[in-house]
Design a protein around this ligand. Structure first.
Ligand SMILES: [Fe+2]
Length: 169
């Protein structure tokens, strides 16, 4: 049975994953409107991954005697970006925020003898590290290929390859 404090921390994380999932959907809409279908796909896939993280937390809480809950209040997500670089800088901030939150829960679990939840969180910790690395790599590609209107066709095409490897791998 999960302690009340662990449950409440994991439920807070559920809200963060849900907001991240919605933030990626808003970015997908933005990319579609810019005529960048492969970049839009990257955002759709990322949105799905965040929802999947949320579901894993739901299942873990409920399977261990707790009550998982997605709050109604979700917070506003960013819908407009200056350019592709600006959008991916936002992705970095988003992923970094999630990493900080996951690390804080893992640290708390370790310090408070919550070893099962600590182990449950390990794949999340590693996935966040991989996600941050991936976005850093993408920002380098964006800088090197350029993100002026005339570069966007090729930059978007590049995302076909990026999407094949998965957003957080
Ligand atoms: Fe996530």
């Amino acid at each position: 049975m999960l302690s009340k404090s662990v449950q409440s921390k994991l439920n807070d994380q559920i809200q963060k994953e849900a907001i991240a999932s919605r933030a990626y959907l808003a970015m997908a809409t933005w990319a579609e409107q810019q005529g960048l279908p492969n970049i839009a796909n990257y955002f759709y896939n990322s949105s799905n991954e965040e929802r999947d993280h949320m579901l894993q937390l739901f299942r873990y809480i409920n399977a261990n005697g707790g009550t998982a809950k997605l709050e109604e209040k979700g917070g506003k997500v960013k819908e407009n970006f200056k350019n592709v670089q600006d959008a991916f800088k936002h992705v970095y901030d988003l992923e970094h925020g999630v990493s900080v939150a996951i690390n804080e829960i893992a640290t708390w679990c370790l310090q408070n003898g919550e070893h099962a939840t600590y182990f449950f969180l390990q794949p999340f910790v590693l996935e966040q590290q991989a996600a941050e690395n991936k976005v850093t790599e993408i920002l380098t590609i964006i800088e090197r290929m350029g993100f002026e209107p005339r570069n966007l066709f090729y930059l978007d095409k590049q995302f076909k390859k990026i999407n094949e490897t998965g957003a957080g791998e």
